[in-house]
Design a protein around this ligand. Structure first.
Ligand code: URA
Length: 285
């Protein structure tokens, strides 16, 4: 194989979602074990010469990182996560509790916990979906291509990472960027809800439809709900004393694929900026 062949093979893997190498030898998990030869018919037995038994042709599987087989069943895991999250008194404690959580399989394939970035005292908290390969590598949210676009958009309205606080619904990258399961969301949501309570932002910006539907409990698509203020009420079992205004907007990864929508996102961002200025004027700052 030439260097060029190798490079295009690697590119093909990356485009197919293969982001991490977990072993030196490939393992074909779909390969069926070779069928055992049928025992010879008794009449032929004597006539056959004895041959030494061939060594098995399937190599033993290469050990790979797999989640422990003892993950608690989903409901118990969700209840456990909720109890753990509610017991956290500050952001450092929340981060520690998430790092210690055993109930979510995503943790076992991720490289890093991606907790948050930016300024926890900033008035606006931005919430995306899940870390990708770059975020998983660096342990910070929105540092890849979608994050660079988010940074440029924030800068355009005078907000840098020190003027915003950024996190995701899921703190671990789903392997190969696969779609997270409802159960994975359910386990991580109590931590996000507690995260919002502890930061207590003035505004939420929900980046993408998944973040919007997880926190607003709506099944309406992002195209219908974006650009308008909604209210985030908190954990339905212990609602916030004052709901937080929340603006759903297109995900920046979606904008990279559909640049024509940037105009709508720009309008959303201007409205967010206007509301921040209004809040600042009200608080005399
Ligand atoms: N997309 C997200 O939703 N979050 C990230 O951190 C990166 C990409």
């Amino acid at each position: 194989m030439t260097a060029l062949d190798l490079e295009s093979l690697l590119r093909w893997y990356v485009e197919a979602g293969v982001g991490d190498a977990v072993g030196d030898e490939p393992v074909d998990r779909y390969r069926r074990p070779s069928p055992r030869p049928a025992p010879p018919a008794p009449a032929l037995l004597k006539a056959m010469p004895t041959v030494p038994r061939a060594a098995p042709s399937v190599p033993p599987p290469t050990p790979v990182a797999v989640p422990p087989a003892t993950l608690p069943p989903p409901d118990q895991a969700v209840l456990g996560a909720r109890a753990l999250a509610l017991g956290c008194a500050d952001l450092a404690g929340l981060r520690e509790a998430m790092a210690a959580l055993e109930g979510c399989a995503l943790k076992h394939t991720a490289t890093n916990l991606v907790f948050a970035d930016g300024n926890p005292t900033a008035p606006a908290m931005f919430i995306g979906e899940a870390p990708g390969a770059d975020e998983d590598r660096e342990g910070l949210p929105f540092v890849g291509a979608a994050g660079k676009l988010l940074d440029r958009m924030l800068a355009a309205v005078g907000l840098g990472r020190d003027g915003a606080y950024i996190t995701n619904i899921l703190p671990w990258r789903p392997p190969g960027n696969r779609k997270p399961t409802p159960n994975e969301y359910a386990i991580c949501l109590p931590f996000l809800r507690r995260h919002i309570e502890l930061v207590s932002p003035k505004l939420l910006v929900l980046i993408g439809g998944t973040s919007a539907s997880a926190l607003l409990g709506t099944t309406e698509g992002i195209t219908r709900i974006r650009g308008r203020w909604h209210l985030y009420h908190g954990d339905p079992e212990r609602p916030l004393p004052a709901p937080i205004p929340a603006m759903p907007t297109f995900h920046t990864a979606y904008l990279l694929r559909t640049p024509a929508l940037k105009r709508d996102s720009w309008r959303d961002l201007l409205e967010i900026r206007r509301r921040l200025d209004e809040l600042s004027a009200q608080s005399g700052g």
